[in-house]
Write a protein of this length. Structure first.
Length: 105
């Protein structure tokens, strides 16, 4: 550590996590409502061949409509959201059988 550097340690508690097979139709990340105190971390599997789009409703689209397209996650990409319930997140894949991992903290 260099002189003058300050390190802050943040302690998070792991609440819940899972993986989800994502296809070309919009679906909830999970149907189970779970309380997460510090948000949700999402990561697209490194083996995905398509893109997973993340949105806040079942109207999320996969790169077909600029007004409703979700946030794109390519293979290996990660996203942290200040969302306290993963059941409010929707995902759709540009191809079938994409995998997304999530953890609530």
């Amino acid at each position: 550590m260099a002189i003058g550097q300050h390190v802050t340690q943040v302690q998070l508690s792991f609440q819940h996590g899972s993986n989800r097979d994502v296809d070309a139709s919009a679906e909830q990340l999970t149907a189970t409502s779970v309380k997460c105190n510090n948000g949700i971390i999402l990561r697209a599997a490194s083996t995905n061949t398509g893109i997973i789009y993340v949105g806040n409703s079942s109207a999320v689209t996969a790169g077909s409509d600029g007004a409703t397209d979700g946030f794109p996650l390519s293979a290996g990409d990660a996203l942290t959201l200040e969302v306290m319930d993963p059941s409010t997140i929707y995902v759709i894949g540009s191809a079938a059988n994409q995998v997304i991992y999530w953890a609530g903290t």
